[in-house]
Design a protein around this ligand. Structure first.
Ligand code: ASP
Length: 457
């Protein structure tokens, strides 16, 4: 490791630990009102966003566009791209399903929502905080507070149709400004293929994209130097707004199940898959990826972390440029192992909390819908909490189909786990990032750079 990299890593770790300590012991005040807490942590959060989060976000769109065009053009052969694309999708879906299955197994086995005392239940249901806007709106419709509103269609077919519409936007620029990364990726893949198909005429453009990509990576490397301070400010503001106490209390066992699941997935399942498919030392790779993992944790956004994931996969992670450029942007958009696992655990926990026993059929519905909900989750903080509503509605529909109308879960139940979502969001995002990075290393076997060099020479 270079000396400068060693210093930077050390400083980022110091920023992380100092952020937790300052957030907990200087900023957090358990007796303060929500407004007072916001007033205290607000400036810290704004400063962190300004110097660190926003510059990272600024890089997302150019990096997605340029890296996917350059990556696809360097692969060139549509058949090879097809194999890489399908293998990548298979990896994403398989690992998300493994994560949810693990989560469902753990939450059923441990039953964190089952044996709560009445006092603990009251504490959780009375102190629920405000539901995010979209969930509150859906809850209006589903929980029939607003009889006239037409309930949105959350059938599997509709979720797929929605995904299809995001994939094929009618205007690439509008897709970009609306943050529809999937649409941008689709357009970039087609453009990359077309640039190769036009032969000589496309060559200077491909070279320009390669140059642009190198410049964008340089920009990311500059931003990384702000990370120690940025990580410190963001972590301090997040811990300062909820306090580590949020992890304890009546919800501690639920939190434990989610964290245990995330740890098993990150430290056992993914390393085992990585080792089996590449024979490299997965823990050495984990260490090489420490920067994006900490970035994911502190920003709670795998989208904002993506530029750093790409940079690190290619440098310390020794992934091929071809695989990284294509697999990481796609992964940051649709591959969310941590979110998928969390949604499975959270939904079953909430049903347990309300005394409803779910049969195998409902668990299968959760497995399927949580996979699609995680795919559809935006790579921004707390997005997984919002798409979880889809999983609850689908489970309710399944209960109704079996004549169990009374067992339906009101969407307002999400309020029970709202308080700890920030901290949980940080943990699951780090796992989302790790899943993308493992994918890039595995796909490097299918698209190594030496073949690229041969093709270009
Ligand atoms: N914040 C997560 C991410 O960016 C998504 C989630 O909320 O689960 O990956």
């Amino acid at each position: 490791m270079k000396k400068s990299d060693l210093i930077l890593t050390g400083l980022i770790f110091v920023g992380l630990i100092a952020g937790v300590l300052v957030g907990q012991f200087l900023l957090f005040d358990a007796s303060a009102t929500k407004a007072a807490i916001n007033e205290t942590v607000g400036p810290w959060q704004s400063a962190g966003e300004l110097i660190f989060f926003r510059p990272l976000q600024l890089m997302i769109l150019p990096i997605v566009f340029v890296s996917v065009v350059a990556g696809v053009a360097s692969i060139g052969d549509p058949q090879k791209l097809g194999v890489l694309g399908l293998s990548t999708l298979a990896y994403y879906i398989a690992t998300m399903m493994l994560a949810i299955t693990l989560g469902l197994g753990l939450v059923t086995l441990i039953g964190p929502g089952k044996d709560l005392t009445e006092a603990e239940r009251t504490a959780l249901t009375t102190n629920t905080g405000e539901l995010p806007g979209v969930v509150a709106q859906m809850s209006e419709k589903f929980d029939k507070k607003n009889e006239e509103a037409e309930a949105p269609n959350t059938s599997l077919g509709n979720i797929l149709l929605d995904l299809g519409k995001r994939l094929i936007p009618t205007n690439p620029v509008a897709a970009a400004t609306e943050g529809n990364t999937l649409g941008v990726i689709f357009f970039s893949v087609l453009l990359g293929l077309a640039l190769v198909a036009v032969g000589e005429a496309g060559r200077p453009v491909i070279e320009a994209f390669d140059g642009l990509f190198a410049a964008l990576i340089k920009l990311v490397q500059w931003i990384i130097w702000v990370a120690p301070l940025g990580v410190f400010l963001l972590v301090a503001s997040k811990i300062g707004s909820v306090g580590l106490e949020a992890i304890a209390g009546p919800i501690a066992t639920y939190m434990f199940v989610v964290i245990l699941g995330l740890l098993i997935h990150a430290l056992v399942t993914l390393p085992a898959i990585l080792f089996l498919l590449t024979r490299i030392n997965p823990f050495r790779y984990l260490w090489a990826l420490r920067k994006p993992l900490i970035f994911g944790f502190s920003t709670a956004s795998s989208g904002a972390t993506m530029p750093v994931t790409i940079e690190t996969c290619k440098t310390s992670g020794e992934c091929s440029e071809q695989a990284t450029n294509f697999v990481v942007p796609l992964g940051a958009t649709i591959n969310m192992d941590g979110t998928a696992l969390y949604q499975g655990v959270a939904v079953v926990f909430l049903f347990q909390f309300y005394g409803v026993h779910l049969e195998l059929g409902e668990l299968l519905v959760i497995l399927l819908t949580a996979t699609f909900a995680a795919i559809g989750t935006a790579a921004v903080p707390s997005a997984g909490l919002i798409t979880m509503a889809i999983v609850i509605v689908a489970t309710n529909n399944s209960l109704v189909a079996y004549g169990r109308e009374a067992d339906q879960l009101p969407l307002t139940a999400i309020g029970v786990i709202l308080g700890i979502d920030r901290i949980q969001g940080m943990c699951r995002t780090a796992v989302n990032v790790w899943g993308d990075a493992v994918g890039a290393r595995i796909m490097t076997r299918l698209a190594p750079d030496d073949e690229r060099e041969e093709a270009l020479s």
